[in-house]
Design a protein around this ligand. Structure first.
Ligand code: PSV
Ligand code: MN
Length: 392
């Protein structure tokens, strides 16, 4: 049985104050290219998506921001959406640009061989900065689907130059408090070559841009077997880890609930975060989810995900840093490994339940939400209209 007394004051404060940002698109219907299953009560617009996200925050007390995707979440008056969020006790988080769903982008966006398409992609990002000004967001998240399907299709090197040029134009339009957070992904939708395939490429572009550009690490965007915590450690070392897109994967970019496929990996990642002192809100690392709930209920899926991150974090905070360092210094391989495994194998659920009760929350957010009747209410109320899907 764990309880809060096992954490020192600092660790306890870090865990209490930890926040996780939710993606608006997780509340819409999603699926595979084979089938998208709808569910009763699915939001029909960004206002309803935010209302659902606010439920996750109300029950976990740890998810006070919602990332938007533009144009999926564009409404006539973005300040009205911002007010709506505020009334429900959440804020708008990162603004995700979208330069992958127009026909013009078939051969890429910022890397497209056609200068007019590149200009259009830059203009979209500049428009996203206006959305950020209206919503109070400070992170512009860029993920590009740019890449090639066939060798020789375009000039690999020229595409990097175009990319650098386009990013520099966007960067020049940032306000002082804004950041570009630049995501990488090793494949999909392009299969031969992707223009920002890895953390090294993202980092090179961020370093060329300046201090307001940081790397986003999406846990589903690596080849199987990649040591993700190494990348986390490396980016933290040089102060360029801007954000996570948390999710889990068994095969490709599965976008399943974080901590579902490999909770041990999530713990190892959070251990590097704790080790680098990067958990605090002012560390500059934005802990976001980027997930889809294809077959499970969406709000409970998000609640479970937040709880999974909290559990991995609590375990990481339980690592006996002094004992670990002593064992490492002594070259005691087995003792060092045992220190880590002791923390990982601890059941932190009672500790987290206690922490929630101290905050005035239900100890089991999942159960409390399911008993609240919210799912039945939205199923009754949200009748008619088109349910939002991944992409609208
Ligand atoms: C791309 O696969 C990605 O991870 C990017 O973050 C996109 O913005 C997001 O998915 C859309 O779901
Ligand atoms: Mn992502």
């Amino acid at each position: 049985m764990t309880d809060l007394s096992q954490l020192d004051d600092r660790a306890r404060t870090l865990l209490t104050e930890q926040t996780i940002e939710l993606p608006s698109w997780a509340f819409g219907n999603s699926g595979t290219r084979f089938k998208v299953f709808g569910s009763p009560g699915t939001p029909r617009d960004p206002f309803e998506k935010i209302a659902d996200a606010a439920q996750v925050n109300a029950f976990t007390g740890a998810a006070p921001r919602v990332s938007l995707h533009i144009p999926w979440d564009r409404v006539d008056d973005m300040s009205e959406l911002t007010r709506h969020a505020k009334e429900l006790d959440v804020a708008i988080g990162a603004i995700n640009s979208n330069v992958f769903q127009d026909d013009d982008y078939k051969l890429g966006s910022l890397c497209n061989p056609d200068p007019s398409v590149r200009a259009k992609a830059v203009a979209h990002h500049i428009a996203c900065l206006d959305v950020m000004r209206e919503t109070g967001s400070t992170d512009l998240k860029i993920w590009l689907a740019d890449g090639l399907n066939y060798p020789g299709q375009d000039d690999l090197r020229a595409r990097q130059e175009r990319l650098a040029e386009g990013l520099a134009q966007i960067y020049a339009a940032l306000d002082p408090e804004m950041r570009i957070i630049l995501e990488y992904k090793f494949f999909e939708p392009a299969f031969y070559s992707t223009d920002i395939p890895d953390w090294g490429t993202s980092l090179l572009h961020c370093m060329a841009l300046g201090d307001q550009a940081m790397v986003v690490l999406d846990t589903g965007h690596h080849a199987p077997g990649t040591n993700i915590e190494f990348i986390v450690a490396q980016l933290l070392r040089i102060g360029r880890l801007g954000a996570f897109d948390f999710n889990s994967r068994f095969y490709a970019d599965d976008d399943l609930m974080v901590g579902a496929a490999d909770p041990f990996q999530l713990f190892r990642i959070m251990h590097e975060i704790v080790r680098a002192g990067a958990l605090a809100a002012d560390s500059g690392v934005n802990f976001m989810l980027d997930q889809c709930h294809n077959i499970e209920d969406k709000i409970p899926g998000q609640i479970r995900s937040v709880m999974n991150v909290q559990e991995a974090t609590a375990k990481a905070l339980l690592v006996d840093a002094d004992a670990l360092r002593a064992a490492q210094t002594a070259g005691d391989v087995l003792a060092a490994n045992a220190v880590l495994m002791d923390a990982y194998n601890t059941d932190v659920r009672p500790l987290l339940a206690q922490l929630r009760e101290e905050k005035g929350l239900a100890p089991d957010p999942m159960r409390a939400f399911l008993e609240s009747g919210y799912l039945a209410r939205i199923a009754d109320e949200r009748v008619g209209g088109a349910q939002a899907g991944w992409g609208a």
